[in-house]
Design a protein around this ligand. Structure first.
Ligand code: ADP
Length: 646
């Protein structure tokens, strides 16, 4: 097949322009990225070869080599990993289909250029493309195991790339960078010591050897190994391993430097930023394993898509077994990045077996406990970090209230909620601490935004009483809250559902009679409104929760709330039929006037219109839509016309 020239997708080219023209610092990370790709490629091959040994062929020693040519000013990173087919090369290195880059470009268009770009590059792992930070031409040759041909990809990062078949018998990938002339303060990546120190800094723990030919001048030795005096030194080339390969997680905690943890995290997560927390466990005893886990500081762009899988890797005695191991971390902790290594698991474990492996199950249980404990410490002692964490992953961790019954209490302790007590988020524990003695339950309301909720008529009596109400505004909260009916012995109650019981026994005694008297007084009007709105409301009753507004709508204790109804409608989901109760405020002048009108005129058309308007008002104040905006406006106009005419 002949050479084909293809255009990069627009977004890739934009990205390349940015890399070439805007990134001046940390240029050495290109090496980290290419080594990381090579290491991933070998992990993939290793995983596949577990079920198909023939993929490895004779070439069983997986390794990464670095070659340089100071004269040509090139550096090559070579691996014998999974390689790529022609289609894969085009897909991975030319199109936006690869979601990481897509998310990066999208995020980039929303952010200012400058420093933040570096953060983004880390977060989305532009990986391979970082080569163009130091090179003006990149050539990649690659061969997938048992493929018929090898391919050569080449680009100058100027809008197009070429691809053609090539002669390359070895499996794996070779990336050759044609380096630009280094600027004054740039490092020269053809220099041995520059490469050596860069590998040491960023890739020391990579589990495959990173090899390089090292040239030395040596004085010849005699048969006994003694230097021959006066002999001319000769050039000797030896292959050296640049990285220690000692997996960080298998070291003792005390042996690891903070910097090492941070670099390892970057290698593992492709996140340029530092993790919020590091958890290193060396478990001994009945169950022996080492685990190194990190809590990232920001959410990946695809946190809520099915592509977002567990961030855990499984090793058995230093040997990589699998990535994205969902059986080590439940989905609500999928943001945790880490590695688990246990000698107790069989080396031949497959994805299917892991699922049912008792030891893996036990390790998972411990890991979850440790992560939740670490988060509790962060909440307690590192509040600023915890707020960052909550902003990034709060929505995800809430899923655990539904899915992890065993740890529900610990997860509930980690919740942060908005509340009527102030602008800061609060924990449930702090809420309990502020609860007045006479308050029986924990109160909450759900809806779209804080402003609407704070203004909701449902809160009036609670405000008057000085009872704090939690404001849940995440779409998932509706569902989450169903998984949390009580906290430390106190029930969680919606202020927009069912009866409210805010009175002390004493207050109740006095009020019962009063309530009966008011209900009797208003019974005519209540019946009338009920008949007028028969198709819309289940009941009309005197309110115990309104103090300022004339009306509100209340759901039954076990019915879905208005905000859940809105969420279902927005998602085009069927909404279970349910009528709510209209509560009226007998102390509001409008209602007493309506009662008089009802007494004097009976069932007039005007009163019927008023009833409809009251209902629509109740919908609007809680943040719902009126059923017919047209009818609502017509009624309002009619009323205004009347007032103007008087
Ligand atoms: P990332 O590594 O973050 O996925 P890159 O842009 O670095 O992003 O690489 C894109 C894709 O190209 C990788 O996901 C991988 O599928 C493929 N790739 C890159 N380098 C190699 C390699 N050395 N061997 C095999 N595949 C590779």
């Amino acid at each position: 097949m002949t050479k084909e020239t293809m255009q990069f997708e627009t977004e890739i080219q934009q990205l390349l322009d940015l890399i070439i023209h805007s990134l001046y610092s940390h240029k050495e990370i290109f090496l980290r990225e290419l080594i990381s790709n090579a290491s991933d490629a070998m992990d993939k091959l290793k995983f596949k070869s577990q079920t198909d040994q023939s993929l490895l062929g004779d070439d069983t020693e997986l390794k990464i080599s670095i070659e340089t040519d100071a004269k040509e000013r090139t550096i090559s990173i070579i691996d014998n990993g999974i390689g790529m087919t022609r289609d894969e090369v085009i897909e991975n290195l030319g199109t936006i289909a690869k979601s990481g880059t897509k998310g990066f470009v999208e995020a980039l268009s929303k952010k200012d250029k400058g420093d933040s770009t570096m953060d983004l590059i880390g977060q989305f792992g532009v990986g391979f493309y970082s080569s163009f930070m130091v090179a003006d031409r990149v050539v990649l040759t690659t061969r997938a195991p048992q493929a018929d041909s090898a391919y050569r990809w080449e680009s100058k990062g100027d809008g197009s790339y070429s691809i053609e078949e090539c002669d390359e018998a070895r499996r794996g990938t070779r990336v050759t960078l044609y380096l630009r002339e280094p600027a004054d303060d740039d490092q020269d990546f053809t220099q041995e010591w520059v490469l050596r120190s860069t590998v040491k800094k960023y890739s020391d723990f990579v589990t495959y050897p990173i090899l390089m030919d090292i040239e030395r001048q040596e004085t010849p030795t005699d048969a006994e190994g003694k230097p021959i005096e006066g002999a001319e030194p000769v050039k000797k080339v030896t292959e050296e391993t640049l990285n220690s390969m000692k997996p960080l997680w298998n070291k003792r905690k005390s042996e690891v430097e903070d910097e090492e943890y941070k670099e390892f995290y970057k290698h593992l997560s492709h996140d340029w930023n530092e993790p919020l927390a590091t958890i290193h466990l060396n478990a001994e005893g009945i169950l022996e394993y080492n685990a190194l886990m990190f809590i990232p500081g920001q959410a990946p762009f695809d946190l809520f898509t099915p592509e977002n899988k567990s961030g855990m890797q499984l090793y058995v005695r230093n040997i990589f077994i699998m990535d994205n191991c969902e059986d080590l971390m439940p989905p609500y902790l999928r943001f945790v990045k880490g590695v688990v290594d246990s000698a107790d698991i069989s080396l031949n474990v497959s994805r299917e077996i892991v699922q049912h492996d008792r030891i893996v199950g036990k390790i998972k249980k411990n890991l979850v406990k440790k992560v939740l404990e670490r988060l509790a410490i962060m909440l307690d002692k590192e509040r600023e970090n915890y707020l960052k964490f909550w902003e990034a992953f709060g929505q995800v961790i809430k899923e655990g209230l539904h899915n992890d019954y065993e740890n529900r209490e610990a997860i509930a302790d980690l919740l942060l909620c908005a509340s009527t007590a102030g602008d800061d988020l609060t924990t449930l524990k702090d809420y309990l601490g502020r609860m007045p003695l006479e308050q029986k339950d924990i109160y909450y309301i759900t809806g779209e935004d804080r402003q609407t909720l704070i203004a909701s008529p449902h809160l009036e009596m609670f405000k008057d009483k000085g009872f704090e109400v939690l404001l849940f505004t995440d779409p998932v909260d509706e569902w989450v809250i169903q998984g949390l009916s009580e906290y430390k012995g106190k029930n969680l109650k919606s202020v927009a559902k069912g009866d409210v019981d805010l009175q002390s026994e004493e207050e109740k005694k006095g009020n019962e009679e009063k309530l009966k008297a008011v209900s009797d007084e208003f019974s005519g009007l209540l019946n009338f409104i009920k008949n007028s709105l028969d198709d819309k409301v289940a009941e009309v009753r005197i309110s115990q929760r309104l103090t300022g507004s004339p009306v509100c709508l209340v759901a039954g204790e076990h019915d879905i709330s208005a905000s859940m109804e809105r969420i279902l409608k927005a998602a085009n989901q069927p909404v279970p039929p349910s009528k709510r109760t209209l509560e009226i405020n007998p102390n509001h002048e409008l209602l007493s006037r309506m009662r008089e009108l009802h007494r004097s005129q009976g069932e007039s058309d005007d009163l019927k219109e008023f009833a409809e308007l009251l209902y629509d008002q109740a919908l609007l104040t809680e943040g719902s839509k009126v059923v017919s905006p047209e009818l609502f406006c017509n009624r309002l106009t009619k009323l205004m016309m009347k007032a103007v005419a008087e």
